[in-house]
Write a protein that binds this ligand. Structure first.
Ligand code: ADP
Ligand code: ZN
Ligand code: ZN
Length: 734
């Protein structure tokens, strides 16, 4: 008896038993291959987990699988194993988790092979006359084929005005032939020289860091803590060079590729080897080809965002996670895995070093380094001639602000431009103004689907809810008293851009936010203008904070970064500090000294003071002590159950019932506690009412014991079908 145990992409947390297709030799069935099966009235593509000799179900009730799609598993065994581990750790349905570890085309059942197309060409030595005197059309077709010795597709033949039906008689007369063409054709030429462009000479601190990374043998997790501009990328490049020289590959994870194309360019400029970038602007086909290049060892450097963590490598050499603190490494919906944490586990399985780089490491990673679980290298000075920027807190209490800009700040921007350099103004709100309010009665335009205001946008004019994406025209009159005195309150990027352009009419003002960078090449164009070095003002959101190197920016102004200081989330302070320092890090990165001006009405906030005077490291030490005292992560571990339902209070009641039921049924594992349920920070969002139940554990094993039981409860409970629930293990926002 042969029973196939399959993971199928369904929301169910279980595996499914099938019989093998009739004509298949069971010996060929290895875990990891894809199999097409009937499922209800549909077909699904699943992954084989095990071959068993029995089933819990009566054998006659099992259906037969339809088709085996692979001879060999797309994922190597250790990555399949990692993906299975992650599904269980993050409490996610196994079928969906495994599907997400594969490129989209493989999920859909396409062959695990490079793109190919069928082309036609003339046979050797054929001339049009061979088609015969009576066959003028065939002659013309043959002439066309002769004109395309590399081959031509039937689509192209049709586009030229010919009928592909004429190919058949030509094929029968052995005058034309069909062949398979691989347009992708990976560049597999091996060259002697790995390097295009000479590496920079490292300074003492950089050399020490590189030495530490390169001396590791086998698995080594390394925190590379290097201030902004300290030349972390150069260290990555040289560490990768060593691996390339050994014939190995490198995987580089970055928060966002579209916004920082320079990163990819730097790798391509340095190395004379195939570099592939996996990003969202690629077609599914291009992604599969790049993925195959990585798996076959053709691509030597693979750069990608979160989902690239599951990309197989034939000869893994090193993994780099750049900006490891970035929240985008944690998927925030559906399958909530952390690519950063999985990178460490993957490196362990592949017995290679993994470098976690950041100027502002997450407290989790810092804690791991302090506990000795990670090696820890620090680069405290900027590379080259660049110096750390000076910092100034500008108190805005009792001052007049012009669209959020104080008079001293406007003056400094003017001076910056006069010097021939560039200024960057950071404001963490896009749109024209965060609220539209009635001057007469105080009414505020809010979203009827969310506990949030509508943001006013001017180009094009509309109101937009940034939480549920609802968009409406701008009302002419107040929704409450009918007055026409509606006024924008507060400033977003559009308004700041507007005001700055009026103040500095002769200087280009470039706004960089999600609205201005949607077109494909928009970001590249603005980057080119910034890199031309002419004086200009950049206004933007945190898109500007991520990894950019702007040599001519000497002034960075931060307008409203203190808003996070009073967040209900215990990570609010950490996030604020990271954001401030990342934005500040754009100032003075080359020969010109930089300064940072932070406008705040919290100028005497002790944490802010400490951060500005002592830097991130000292801030983080203090923050860690507070976390320890309060028994918060990383000293304890969190999991969050989120629920949402139509109608107020239902999600919370559901979570309370689950908690009470479990409290009566089971003994809590040692050191595991419930906190809540509570309404979510934004209770209503997109029309749904939301609540959350936090579970805290002193150790992961006990926490996971509870989670396994809890998931089972949630799946079995009838009430659970009336709410939407999800589990988030190691959540990054609570
Ligand atoms: P980080 O990622 O740490 O913020 P980058 O890697 O972007 O910093 O480096 C900042 C700048 O310093 C880049 O222009 C880089 O070319 C330059 N740089 C890095 N290392 C050196 C070095 N050893 N000597 C001179 N310049 C360097
Ligand atoms: Zn009104
Ligand atoms: Zn909304």
């Amino acid at each position: 008896m042969v029973v196939l145990r399959l993971a199928l992409p369904t929301p169910m947390r279980r595996v499914f038993d099938y019989l093998p297709p009739a004509d298949i030799d069971p010996q060929t069935l290895v875990p990891g291959i894809r199999i097409r099966v009937p499922f209800g009235n549909r077909q699904l593509i699943g992954m084989l987990l095990d071959v068993s000799d029995h089933s819990e179900f009566p054998i006659h009730k099992l259906k037969a699988a339809l088709e085996v799609l692979d001879n060999t598993p797309p994922l190597p065994a250790h990555l399949l194993d990692l993906a299975r581990w992650a599904a269980s750790y993050y409490q996610h349905p196994i079928g969906d988790a495994l599907a997400q570890a594969l490129p989209v085309m493989l999920r859909k059942g396409n062959a695990c092979e490079y793109a190919h197309e069928h082309l036609w060409r003339a046979c050797d030595g054929a001339v049009p006359e061979d088609a015969g005197k009576q066959a003028k059309k065939q002659q013309a077709m043959l002439a066309l084929l002769i004109k395309h010795p590399q081959g031509i597709s039937t689509d192209a033949i049709r586009a030229e005005g010919y009928r592909p039906e004429l190919l058949k008689p030509l094929e029968e007369k052995a005058l034309a032939e069909r062949f398979i063409h691989h347009p992708h054709h990976a560049n597999s030429e091996r060259t002697e020289n790995l390097i295009h462009e000479a590496p920079l000479t490292l300074n003492t601190q950089q050399s020490a860091a590189l030495e530490e990374i390169n001396s590791s043998d086998g698995f080594a997790p390394i925190l590379l803590e290097g201030v902004t501009g300290s030349g972390k990328t150069e260290i990555y490049l040289q560490a990768i060079e060593l691996q390339l020289s050994r014939g190995k590959q490198a995987l580089v994870l970055v928060p966002e590729i579209g916004l920082t194309p320079q990163t990819v360019t730097r790798f391509k400029q340095r190395f004379n080897v195939p570099v592939v970038a996996l990003h969202s602007n690629m077609s599914d086909r291009q992604r599969l080809d790049a993925w195959l290049d990585a798996r076959e060892g053709e691509a030597r450097i693979i750069i990608g965002t979160r989902s690239a963590i599951f990309t197989p490598m034939r000869a893994p050499g090193i993994i780099v996670v750049d900006e490891e603190h970035d929240a985008s490494f944690k998927q925030q919906d559906g399958y909530r895995y952390s690519a950063r944490d999985l990178a460490v586990l993957r490196a362990q399985r592949e017995q290679i070093p993994v470098v976690l780089g950041s100027a502002t490491p997450s407290l989790e990673t810092l804690h791991n380094a302090q506990q000795g679980r990670y090696q820890w290298v620090r680069v405290t000075e900027r590379a080259g001639h660049a110096k750390a920027p000076s910092f100034e807190l500008l108190d805005t209490r009792n001052t007049h602000l012009q669209s959020g800009l104080s008079t001293p700040l406007i003056k400094k921007i003017g001076q910056t431009l006069e010097k021939g350099t560039q200024a960057l103004v950071f404001i963490n709100r896009r749109g024209f103004s965060p609220t539209l309010s009635c001057h007469d009665c105080g009414w505020i335009a809010d979203c009827n689907r969310c506990d949030a205001n509508m943001t006013l946008h001017r180009s094009p004019p509309h109101l937009h809810c940034h939480h549920c994406d609802k968009q409406t025209p701008i009302p002419a009159r107040c929704g409450n008293c009918g007055s026409d005195q509606l006024k924008p309150v507060g400033a977003g990027t559009e308004r700041t851009e507007d005001t700055l352009q009026k103040l500095f009419p002769d200087t280009p003002v470039l706004r960089i936010d999600r609205d201005t960078t949607q077109r494909k090449d928009a970001m590249a164009k603005m980057m080119a203008q910034i890199h031309s070095g002419e004086p200009c003002i950049l206004v933007g959101t945190q898109m500007l904070a991520k990894g950019h190197h702007f040599p001519k920016v000497t002034l960075v102004a931060i307008l409203n970064a203190d808003s996070g200081l009073f967040s209900a989330d215990f990570r609010g302070m950490e996030r604020t500090a990271q954001l401030i320092l990342q934005v500040a890090g754009r100032a003075g990165r080359a020969d010109h000294p930089g300064s940072v001006v932070m406008q705040t009405n919290q100028a005497d906030h002790p944490t802010l003071q400490h951060l500005v005077q002592m830097g991130y490291y000292a801030f983080a030490q203090q923050e860690l002590i507070q976390r320890q005292n309060a028994q918060l992560p990383p000293f304890t571990h969190y999991a969050l159950v989120r629920a949402e339902a139509n109608g107020s209070g239902r999600a919370e009641a559901f979570l309370r019932a689950i908690r009470e039921q479990m409290e009566t049924d089971i003994l809590m594992p040692e050191g595991v506690r419930w906190l809540g349920p509570f309404p979510s920070p934004m209770e209503k969002r997109a029309g749904m009412h939301r609540a959350q139940l936090l579970i805290q554990g002193n150790n992961r094993r006990h926490l996971h014991q509870l989670l396994d039981t809890l998931t089972h409860y949630l799946e079995q409970t009838k009430e659970a079908r009336q709410v939407r629930w999800s589990i988030d293990v190691d959540p990054v926002d609570t």
